[in-house]
Design a protein around this ligand. Sequence first.
Ligand SMILES: [Zn+2]
Length: 229
Amino acid sequence: MPDELLERLRRFQDQAFPAQRSLFRHLVEDGQHPLTLFIGCSDSRLVPYLLTGAGPGELFLVRNVGAFVPPSDQSQGFHGTAAAIEFAVLNLQVKRIIVCGHTHCGAIRALYGGAPDEAQNLKAWLELGREAALPVAEPGPDVLRRTEQRAIVLQLERLMDYPMVRRRVEAGQMTLHGWHYVIEDGEVHVFDVETGGFVPASKAVNAGTGPYRFDLPDDAFDASGVPSL
Ligand SMILES: [Zn+2]
């Protein structure tokens, strides 16, 4: 029986790699200088390179269940995502951070129940999205979509608790972007911080929040501190 995975590795080196050999060599000799930190959900249907048309060296990529951002204060133990944020901002000096969630997200659905009892790490991790959940026992598609979008905004806000992120955003050196990828449409809806809503990329005037603004009108926020969606 052929080892399919081994076949794929060989195919990559024999067929795909040669066309990009010089690019990879350059990236090795010159090092990586990605401008974008992409924090995306681990979902297999979210393909950041397809979505953005990015190639090797362009995305510093972090993926986890739900595209969540842990607190910056280490209050919840070790977090690879927190380390990646610090590395991307301080060492690589990325110019933008994208938080990308999506429709039909299992992590968001699990906020309403469904994580196995044995999945203790998963249950603890999901708490990072808890504030986004709406007070509904049996969420329908609309509630789930709103929760997905609220979770993205929540992560952007938590990003701003990282001192090096806040410093650069406030200085206009870095932008934050909240993206909600609608898998079935092939379209990203981008968070507009001024209206508190998500705008389809086909209608949006920019790819995200731009510099994070602090002069939001009070009514842009609901009681949970998350912009109304
Ligand atoms: Zn997901």
